[in-house]
Design a protein around this ligand. Structure first.
Ligand code: SF4
Length: 286
């Protein structure tokens, strides 16, 4: 319940200390380094001398300088590549948002105040998907605001996710008039944006909120009451459905199943971050 959900660059393996160390060591080897000396940290010595062991004592003269120089050179050579990759991802992310905001691919553009690409961060491995923006979201340009949004924030907090540590979006990015469910052609028109966002975030788990989002993504008419409580797969990503926070506000009896669902989500997320696949059940329960 404590793993941080952030992964700079959209992928933990790109930035984890272990992966980076392997990259640096590999690069050092390519640069001709044949040995590596570990320099003890410099804690104050008993007689006021800084460090119990000096660099000269820990390794032969010259080798330390060469190793350090190689390490710094390798790190310097790697850093720009990582920065460039992240800059590229940031540019793609910004490009998707710009295209969503200017999109006129379906009739929902005619009644919206503004499109809502999503809220939160792309530096996450947890993706939350609702049906579509409501009235307040349409006005503020932010996903899941108002009472339902506040409840979602509390639900996420209960499983140790701050709202700004996840990415929250909807199946369609523009408000359907009168809060009706999105029509199939609207979903189809908007789907490529969701695909692009998923590609850039590369989540290890998806939480769907409500019957409409869940059934749309899973392509099933099965009621949410029978879809929840299980792990499904959406484009190869584990998906955990639960009730929509707005439904939860109207039906307090949904609190317990929602709590069970998000605990399941947390386990699925933790397994995913540890590189394990969760136990799946068929997405079409009898
Ligand atoms: S709902 Fe999606 S496809 Fe339709 S106009 Fe908005 S962004 Fe474009």
């Amino acid at each position: 319940m404590t793993n941080p959900p952030t992964a700079p660059g959209g992928g933990e393996e790109r930035s984890s200390p272990g992966a980076r160390l392997i990259q640096v060591l590999t690069r050092m080897q390519q640069l001709g380094a044949t040995s590596l000396y570990l320099v003890p940290s410099r804690a104050p010595g008993p007689a006021g001398v800084e460090g119990g062991t000096t660099d000269a004592e820990a390794q032969p003269a010259g080798e330390a300088t060469r190793s350090q120089a190689g390490l710094e050179l390798a790190a310097a050579e790697l850093a720009p590549a990582e920065d460039a990759e992240d800059a590229q991802l940031a540019a793609r992310w910004s490009d998707v948002e710009t295209r969503i905001r200017g999109c006129r691919l379906c009739r929902l553009c005619e009644s919206r105040t503004q499109a809502v690409p999503g809220s939160g961060t792309r530096h996450t491995r947890l993706f939350v998907i609702g049906e579509g923006p409501g009235e307040k979201e349409d006005l503020r340009g932010e996903a899941f605001v108002g009472r339902a949004g506040e409840l979602l924030t509390k639900i996420l907090k209960a499983i140790d996710f701050a709202r700004d540590q996840v990415f929250i979006t909807n199946v369609v990015k523009c408000r359907p008039p009168g809060n009706r469910a999105p029509l199939p052609d609207e979903v189809a028109a908007c789907n490529p944006f969701l695909d692009e966002q998923l590609d850039l975030v590369r989540p290890v788990a998806i939480l769907t909120l409500g019957a409409s989002a869940t059934r749309t993504l899973l392509g099933t008419p099965i009621p949410i009451s029978r879809l929840r409580g299980r792990v499904h797969l959406f484009r190869g990503i584990p998906l955990v459905p639960t009730y929509h926070p707005a439904a939860l506000l109207r039906n307090p009896e949904y609190k317990r199943p929602t709590w069970e669902d998000v605990q399941l989500l947390r386990r699925v997320y933790d397994e995913g971050m540890a590189g394990r696949r969760p136990d799946l059940v068929p997405s079409s329960p009898a």
